[in-house]
Design a protein around this ligand. Structure first.
Ligand SMILES: [Fe+2]
Length: 304
């Protein structure tokens, strides 16, 4: 071969629905995905007798929902019991065991989210009562520490507020791909979203981290990394990326029936493949102090 001539780049079409060159696989997957998709938050809730030891039927019901929507809400009778074993055992029944030990997590890797004053945590919005914009958890993590699953367990609810909006990230993908596949292409670029380094008092706590919004994991599943924050984030400065982020922000702000809203009650929890979520602001009073346990995992929910 003439060394000056390179063969034309060939596009290997895979059978992945997330392959932008395979419209047929996408279309078939999209139809299956949207058929019979739940439309009410009640449809996501599974009543359970003991989250630590689910019955076969309870386990199957939660699993079926997670396969469909990447999330489910379990409603158990444990109320304000602060036992961390409740969410931990629940997660284990779905193959979730490797916890991300982020800053703020206790030694066991489980983070108690509550209003904390006077310590470093109060500088971070999760530990205040302020609203949190749409995001997936660990969007600032490196690829090696991708958060594939997220579990939130409510120990106690606020007096008012503290609602979570929830959106299956595969639905966000469908919305954007139907809008313009080039926007998906832009959001899959490895340098589309950069989180600048986290530096406190001149010490770098976390290096800058670039990565895609959408990526396909080795098991073929779709992963999403996103934050609607506009500070402390750098988007690739090109028109398609801007159009994509605007389209996504508009969808998240819309009254889409795919966006669920839940105010977790004591004993209830969310198990998810790290779907998009936000949190409204809230107010505690003398007896209603919001406390949630957050568990971030490197695994996805088994067989979803
Ligand atoms: Fe979160």
């Amino acid at each position: 071969m003439n060394p000056g001539i390179q063969p034309a780049a060939s596009v290997a079409v895979t059978d992945s629905p997330f392959d932008l060159d395979n419209a047929a696989a996408y279309s078939a997957w999209r139809d299956r995905k949207l058929e019979g998709y739940p439309t009410r938050i009640e449809d996501l809730v599974v009543e359970v007798n003991d989250p630590r030891r689910l019955s076969r039927a309870e386990q199957a019901a939660i699993h079926r929902l997670c396969r469909k929507t990447n999330m489910a809400i379990y409603a158990g009778p444990t109320g304000t019991d602060p036992d961390k074993g409740i969410p931990k055992r629940l997660g284990e029944q779905f193959g979730l065991s490797t916890l991300d030990r982020n800053m703020g997590a206790d030694d066991d890797g489980i983070t108690a989210l509550r209003v904390v004053e006077g310590v470093w945590r109060s500088g971070y919005i999760p530990y205040t009562n302020r609203p949190i914009h749409w995001h997936t958890d660990g969007y600032y993590n490196t690829a090696e520490r991708r958060i594939r699953a997220l579990l939130l367990h409510c120990v106690s609810a606020a007096a008012t507020g503290g609602e979570n909006a929830l959106l299956d990230h595969e639905i966000a993908y469908i919305h954007l791909r139907d809008h313009d596949p080039d926007e998906i292409r832009a959001l899959m670029a490895p340098d589309v979203m950069t989180i600048p380094a986290n530096t406190v008092n001149g010490k770098e706590l976390r290096p800058a981290c670039s990565g895609p919004v959408f990526s396909v994991l080795p098991d073929g599943s779709l992963h999403m990394r996103y934050t609607a924050r506009t500070r402390s984030i750098e988007w690739r400065p090109d028109p398609v990326t801007r159009a994509a982020t605007e389209a996504l922000a508009a969808f998240l702000a819309s009254a889409s029936p795919y966006i669920f809203r839940a105010r977790l009650q004591p004993g209830q929890g969310l198990i998810s493949n790290n779907v998009l979520h936000d949190r409204s602001g809230f107010d505690n009073d003398a007896v209603h102090t919001r406390q949630l346990y957050r568990l971030r995992y490197y695994e996805r929910i088994t067989n979803t």
